[in-house]
Design a binder for this molecule. Structure first.
Ligand SMILES: C[S@@+](CC[C@H](N)C(=O)[O-])C[C@H]1O[C@@H](n2cnc3c(N)ncnc32)[C@H](O)[C@@H]1O
Length: 381
């Protein structure tokens, strides 16, 4: 006899499906926004009845083949098309505000750097909590990265000074404060830096941990051969265009025998082989490989949702290896996570067995080159 699921279980399944439908709707609106931008640039009409009719006709046929009420399918798509047209009309109204479109690669980079400051200003108070409650793949990544960092740090014979490049609120500095005599964190964001110093003071760690506001593209303000360990984690090495200079500076400030760990976004990640995935994956941030940017959802002062683009470039394993070997330094390299970075986040909620299994799969794949991040470590000899 068929075993009936109870209403609670069925309700929870319905809630998961409803959330995934809404995520797909959000993805559709993001695409509609891109279509709107394209139409304005190419001076195309916003509403094109023939195209919308064809799309509705196709969905009606799809519904009929799959046994779904055609009127329901049609009305859902009609509502979505309406909302997309509305969004494109709003874009048109705001066109004048966006007349500062960057004309060159350099202007574009500067704009993305300004965006980073806008984002960090909105973000610094909720940053720690957002990673605490983060999506599954990002949490799994942070856990894995922490294990690697611990292993790297255990190899050190000197633990005088650690540098945390792109420290944000100082998460890494606080995790390893017991090991080092002194820690300095650098961040381009004044808001992050001030907040991090406040946290150090609250924890009575301000005598050994200090955070400074520094643009790492201008160099690392530390004397030659002064540092035991340098870390640039969570994809931050991808956030800086002149990463070669940061590597030069890292090798300059490290003592002989000092070690480093850098994390980049991986150009060859399985997650990016689709070019486009219609659902939200388990990664809190995924890179747009065509425009070298992270597209981050944020709310402005009026709580209006907007997408902010900040610079982030994905690298291949070979590119990352060469960054160091060309400077005479051998490195070890792994990539992580692979499978959790492509599956919808919703599938992991309240599923500890699934989480554990996927973590085991991802750990078995660290040498496969397919993980979302490349983590590279080595030593200055
Ligand atoms: C991925 S987040 C922070 C990672 C952080 N260490 C953590 O574990 O939470 C990257 C940080 O790098 C900072 N950043 C980006 N570009 C920078 C630059 N050119 N100089 C200094 N900091 C930079 C950003 O402001 C941001 O806080």
């Amino acid at each position: 006899m068929e075993k009936l699921l109870n209403l609670e279980e069925l309700g929870s399944r319905l809630a998961t499906v409803d959330t995934m439908i809404m995520q797909l709707v959000m993805r559709r609106m993001e695409l509609a926004e891109q279509v709107g931008k394209y139409k304005r640039r190419k001076r195309e009409r916003i509403f094109r009845a023939d195209i919308e009719d064809r799309r509705i006709d196709a969905i009606r046929k799809w519904a009929s083949v799959h046994g779904l009420n055609q009127h329901l399918a049609e009305s859902i798509l009609y509502a979505l098309i309406n909302e997309s047209c509305k969004l494109q009309m709003v874009q048109l109204q705001e066109e004048a505000l966006e007349s500062d479109e960057p004309q060159s690669e350099d202007q574009w980079y500067k704009k993305l750097k300004r965006n980073l400051l806008v984002l960090t200003e909105r973000w610094y108070t909720t940053y720690d909590a957002s990673y605490e409650n983060s999506y599954f793949a990002t949490k799994a990544y942070l856990q894995y990265e922490h294990e690697l960092l611990t292993r790297e740090i255990q190899k050190l014979t000197d633990t005088e000074l650690m540098l945390d490049l792109g420290c944000a609120t100082g998460r890494i500095a606080f995790q390893f404060h017991d090991t080092f005599a002194r820690i300095v964190g650098y961040d381009i964001s004044q808001h992050m830096q001030t907040h991090a110093n406040g946290l150090a003071m609250n924890r009575s760690l301000d005598s050994k941990i200090i955070f400074e506001c520094v643009d790492l593209e201008d160099g690392i303000p530390m004397p030659d051969a002064s540092t035991s360990f340098v870390v640039m984690n969570l994809g931050t090495a991808s956030d800086v265009r002149s990463i070669g200079k940061v590597v030069d500076e890292t090798l300059r400030v490290l003592k002989h025998g000092g070690r480093f760990l850098f994390s980049f976004y991986n150009r060859d990640a399985l997650a990016y082989r689709w070019e486009f995935l219609p659902w939200e994956t388990g990664l809190a941030a995924s890179i747009n490989i065509h425009r070298d940017s992270l597209d981050v959802h944020s709310r402005d002062e009026d709580s209006k949702e907007e997408i902010i683009h900040v610079y982030a470039r994905a690298y291949t394993r070979d590119e990352v290896t060469s960054l160091f070997t060309l400077r005479g330094v051998d490195v070890s390299l792994v990539t992580y996570p692979t499978v959790s970075a492509i599956l919808p986040h919703e599938l992991f909620i309240n599923q500890p067995d699934v989480q554990e299994s996927v973590i085991a799969i991802d750990e078995a794949l660290v040498d496969s080159s397919m993980g979302a991040y490349i983590i590279v470590s080595g030593q200055k000899v």
